[in-house]
Design a protein. Structure first.
Lengths: 159, 104
């Protein structure tokens, strides 16, 4: 089981930790952990393509959350502009999930005025879980590999 | 505060909400929303999705949540809308306890 899988499992554990009256701390950490599960799934896949194993952890630290989100939003927009082709649906779901979860991660970590309830927290973790399933269905495709590269590159090259 | 450009999108959003509730009923009981800035300052739509208690059960929730996101995103025509949607979920039992007017 990968680190990303462990994070996802932990997110579910936290969302269900208290049988009744779940603590805000548990639910907030569940949502935040769900985002980081997807984040680490994607950067793990991206740096896994780097052939020098000892450099992968260094490379992983260069990924920028804001840049990754912008790439994901652009991917979703282009998907719909292109007529929402069925072949691209699962990768679009991954990109959209990343965008959604990053926003919710900020709410969970910084907006103390927002009260999290259990169903909402589990729902956010479910978004991450579904993204895991969708990613693993398409990870070997050219489109998925191009998406990983875009998450990493500082800007889109002109070809 | 809603700026005029985003305000003008409300009929498009309302139509999408009506369609999604109709399509995903009885799992989805109602949907409310606010247009606000996200954490980066971009305008965004924050949906409040009230689910039936049956749809809120663990296995069922995992099924309905992606359908809500996909169906709403498809209906909204995101490139034209110029805003991204975010989703919060609540069960009928949770809402019955809280009686939160924002979710009624």
């Amino acid at each position: 089981m990968t680190f990303a899988d462990d994070l996802l499992k932990q997110a579910y554990f936290l969302a269900n930790k208290e049988r009744a009256n779940p603590k805000q701390a548990s639910l907030r950490r569940a949502v935040s952990t769900a985002y980081y599960a997807l984040f680490h799934l994607l950067i793990g896949e991206a740096v896994g393509n780097w052939s020098v194993a000892r450099q992968r952890s260094i490379l992983a630290r260069t990924f920028d959350h804001g840049k990754m989100r912008a790439v994901c939003q652009n991917h979703v927009t282009e998907f719909f502009k292109g007529g929402a082709p069925a072949a691209g649906l699962q990768l679009q779901n991954v990109a959209h999930a990343f965008d959604i979860l990053q926003q919710q991660r900020h709410k969970a970590d910084y907006d103390n005025g927002f009260v999290w309830l259990r169903i909402n927290a589990i729902g956010q973790v479910d978004i991450a879980s579904t993204a895991f399933t969708d990613w693993r269905a398409v990870r070997g495709t050219d489109a998925a590999q191009d998406y990983l590269l875009a998450l990493f590159l500082p800007r889109t090259p002109r070809i | 505060m809603i700026v005029p450009t985003e305000l003008a999108k409300q009929p498009q959003i309302n139509a999408a909400v009506t369609e999604v509730v109709s399509q995903l009923s009885p799992s989805v009981r109602r949907i409310r929303y606010d247009i606000e800035q996200d954490w980066t300052g971009q305008w965004a739509i924050f949906f409040r999705v009230l689910l039936s208690d049956d749809a809120s059960k663990p296995g069922n929730l995992r099924q309905i949540v992606p359908r809500i996101i996909w169906t709403m995103s498809e209906r909204l025509n995101l490139p034209d809308l110029g805003m991204f949607p975010y989703f919060n979920f609540r069960s009928e039992t949770e809402q019955a306890l809280l009686r939160d007017p924002a979710w009624t």
